[in-house]
Design a protein around this ligand. Structure first.
Ligand code: GLN
Length: 452
């Protein structure tokens, strides 16, 4: 299935032995931390000292982390057992893990299909029962879309809830780390462990929310926003639409009120993202120059030639496409035409959400327009980019969102995720709605071929 790129047996056994000893001596595990003894694995864009952090790229194939990312360290300090590093789309560019330089990850529900991406390894590992919890990152949908494709609880918190220190940057104003799990409580407990201010990331906020606090409250009295235009969106398959409508009805039956809300500028989100994302990626990836970091093509006498050959060979096609796009978009004369308007779109979308949340506590929509597709089925970049039609506007606004499994599609028999979104720093709202849905659908199962 190829979810893992590297396993950390030694560290795992060492951490497990420590926990065993404490259990034997009668210590209450909750004193150690909220993740005591929980097997966890990390997307390969997260530094863990002594492991490779490749971002699934030839560029970083031989890079060994000299330090540990704050989000990873927080899990370890909370008692987690580190299992290793997980496959992803190269530098998190993609929606299928097909752009990984080390080969794709397969979807545990159907090995002929993609697990989604870019956090495909993180999603597949949880869906196959190989890890209890994993961490992924989401810049435009990379936690929620694979969560939907693999039937896992997949959370992209509000921007600033989790430190980005030590996570290899794609789009610094969009990236956010979050957990994959098979239960809402596991996801909430993990977020408790990894959230909060970090002096090493000035965008991280002093969040001390207990995300498990209102899981038992039920949906009664909640206002759930539905965006009618999204439910009629072109490309949304009938089976996904039916499942999302059914989930909304379940929340209504549990006492929630369904209200219609509008996000009128959301149709510009995709265009804005494919300006802002590549611009930020272009800047962030300039550090991989074969001197400070990354693959160094041997035998060049001049530095220019070394840069050119190393970057041409080190980066795969999708990474090169984003770099070239960002380079063009930030060039003189072009910048004003694209980057600046994209930032204005960002302000409009953020304002749309603020208005919508005057009428509701949570917004509900599909996480992905369809269930998992087959390898190679989507080959042109533009169609692949449409995988994120329901996820991107959230990153643009910086709000919280999650994909919650709501059963299997009637046509494909594959997992469907309903997306629950929260206002900024009100992530507990979506956890509450998710817990109410879990009452109906049960905890996310391990994919049948891997169960038992
Ligand atoms: N699929 C989107 C992209 O290719 C989102 C990726 C992400 O969230 N990292 O950019």
């Amino acid at each position: 299935m190829h979810a893992f790129l590297e396993t950390t047996e030694e560290a795992a056994f060492e951490a497990a032995e420590k926990i065993d000893m404490l259990v034997e001596s009668g210590v209450d595990l909750s004193i150690i931390g909220p993740m005591a003894g929980v097997p966890v694995a990390y997307k390969d864009n997260m530094n863990l000292e002594g492991t490779h952090t490749t971002c699934s790229s030839r560029m970083l194939e031989n890079y060994v982390s000299p330090y540990t990312a704050t989000c990873v360290r927080n899990t370890l300090e909370a008692g987690a057992i580190p299992l290793g590093k997980l496959n992803m789309d190269e530098f998190a560019f993609g929606s299928s893990t097909e752009t990984s330089a080390f080969g794709p990850t397969r979807n545990p529900w159907d090995l002929e299909r993609v697990p989604g991406g870019s956090s495909g390894g993180s999603a597949a590992a949880v869906a196959a029962g190989l890890a209890t919890v994993t961490l992924g990152s989401d810049t435009g949908g990379s936690i929620r879309q694979p969560g939907s494709f693999t039937g896992t609880v997949a959370v992209k918190p509000t921007y600033g809830v989790v430190s980005r220190y030590g996570v290899v940057a794609f789009g610094s104003s969009l990236d956010q780390v979050g957990p994959f799990a098979r239960s809402v409580e596991d996801a909430a407990m993990t977020l408790n462990a990894i959230s909060g201010h970090d002096p090493l990331d000035c965008t991280s906020q002093p969040v001390d929310t207990d995300f498990t606090a209102n899981l038992a409250e039920g949906a009664a009295g909640m206002r759930i926003g539905i965006v009618p235009a999204f439910m009629e969106a072109e490309g949304l398959t009938a089976e996904v639409k039916a499942k999302v409508e059914e989930a909304a009805e379940h929340l209504r039956a549990a006492g929630a009120e369904l209200v219609e809300v509008e996000l009128p500028n959301a149709q510009a989100a995709m265009s804005a993202y494919y300006v802002l994302g590549p611009c930020e990626a272009f800047s962030n990836l300039s550090r991989f120059d074969s001197v400070r970091y990354g693959y160094c093509d041997p035998g060049h006498k001049d530095l220019g030639g070394q840069y050119e050959a190393s970057r041409a060979k080190g980066f795969g096609p999708e990474a090169r496409r984003r770099i070239m796009l960002g380079s063009y978009l930030l060039s003189a004369g072009v910048y004003d035409k694209y980057y600046y308007p994209a930032q204005q779109v960002r302000t409009l979308i953020t304002a749309d959400y603020t208005r919508a949340y005057e009428k509701c506590d949570v917004i509900m929509m599909p996480a992905s327009p369809r269930t998992a597709f087959k390898f190679g089925e989507i080959s042109d970049p533009t169609s692949m980019y449409l995988s994120d039609m329901f996820t991107i506007s959230l990153n643009i606004a910086g709000n919280g969102g999650m994909s919650m499994p709501c059963g299997l599609g009637a046509d494909t028999g594959l997992p469907v995720g309903v997306q629950l979104q929260s206002p900024q720093f009100r992530d507990e709202n979506m956890f509450r709605a998710a817990a109410a849905l879990e009452q109906v659908y049960g905890k996310a199962p391990v994919a049948p071929a891997f169960a038992g």
